[in-house]
Ligand binder design. Structure first.
Ligand code: ZN
Length: 356
């Protein structure tokens, strides 16, 4: 948590900060995914789709995020049903919906039902919201441990490839460790039953940026198509009805995780430096922000800045680079501050710079 000097308010953690610490790219290596047992035997892969939340109580467990006109528990069920329909054209997949009505269901029961169905993988479907209504984009959570991390992170990358095509910002694949292993219950309960899993937070229901994408009736359908496209590819599905065949799809590199799991980084970006580079021909002040988060699997996600204490929205930080150049309208004497936000919503703030 970081006090934003000059912004007059505190940007809080929007989601709990956990940041995987990696030794760097040298530690990453592609490896062959563990074969799904059923597919390896030439049979169908069994996928459990978990529509998040459900039930009548006015608790977040039951309702999920509620931002009119959006209701998370209804959207997750619609999404699951649409994904099931999209996948019905494929030959070698058996889809199991863990919830088919608006009813409460414990996370342990969902995982137990997936196990009873012989699930090879569990996909939990969710929509996001943030405390301060600033974030936007898609993120995928998975187990921090062993082969469950490898499979979940690789699948998560396949999902993010597809949701990014719809315009949703890629917030990465993340892990969170609690006192009993994986923090998120559906991931922990699945792992306890030997089922790899991924929890997809598709977009922010309270975000004006994501709402632009979610503005029409077809948006859940578009997300269902994106999820189904990722599933079809990742699980090497084929369809005799349509001729589609993803058996040769190369999965995103699977990163191994040791028994200790992916450690959590609870520190904001370690470099956040603002320089003023004069004025352009139109008289705008040219600003250059350098930001780095060296102990992060994911680079800096967003930046924002303020002129005399008035902050911008979160802006996408360049994914392949360590600096962004922007121009602002500011008179001599104005104070400019910039900030960098990492994938766990932790914020580093630059020193204020005064315009000459
Ligand atoms: Zn949810």
């Amino acid at each position: 948590m970081t006090e934003l000097c000059g912004f007059g308010r505190r940007i809080r953690r929007l989601i709990i900060p956990v940041l995987a610490i990696f030794a760097g790219a040298a530690a990453l290596r592609a490896r062959t995914e563990p074969a799904h047992a059923a597919q390896a035997a030439g049979g169908s892969v069994v996928l459990a789709l978990d529509p998040g939340h459900g039930g009548p109580l006015s608790t977040s467990d039951h309702l999920g995020a509620q931002y009119a006109p959006y209701s998370e528990k209804a959207m997750t069920l619609e999404l699951a049903q649409r994904i099931e329909k999209e996948l019905s054209v494929y030959d070698n997949v058996n889809v199991v919906l863990l919830r088919t009505a608006d009813r409460p269901l414990s996370l342990a029961q969902r995982a137990a039902d997936a196990q009873a169905a012989g699930a090879d993988f569990l996909i939990s479907l969710h929509f996001n919201a943030s405390l301060q209504h600033l974030s936007y984009g898609t993120e995928v959570w998975t187990s921090a441990f062993g082969s469950n991390y490898s499979a979940g992170a690789s699948f998560g990358r396949a999902v993010l490839e597809q949701t990014a095509k719809l315009g949703y910002y890629d917030r990465g694949v993340k892990t969170r460790i609690g006192s009993h292993g994986d923090y998120y219950g559906i991931i922990r309960e699945s792992a306890a039953r030997g089922i790899p899993s991924a929890l997809i937070e598709h977009c922010y229901l309270d975000s004006s940026a994501d709402r632009l994408s979610l503005g029409g009736a077809g948006d859940v359908e578009a997300l269902a198509k994106a999820d189904a496209a990722a599933i079809a590819r990742y699980f090497h599905l084929r369809s005799s009805a349509t001729g589609e065949d993803y058996t040769d799809y190369v999965r995103p590199a699977a990163v191994p995780a040791g028994a200790a799991g992916i450690p959590q980084d609870q520190t904001p970006p370690d470099v956040c430096r603002l320089e003023l580079c004069g004025r352009d021909a139109a008289g705008q002040v040219i600003c250059r922000l350098t930001a780095r988060d060296t102990d992060s699997v994911y680079p800096v996600l967003y930046y924002f800045y303020s002129v005399n204490g008035v902050p911008t929205a979160l802006l996408p930080f360049p994914r392949n680079g360590e600096a962004v150049v922007f121009t602002v309208s500011a008179p001599p004497g104005a104070e400019i501050v910039a900030a960098a936000v990492n994938s766990y919503d932790l914020v580093s703030v630059s020193r204020p710079v005064t315009v000459r």
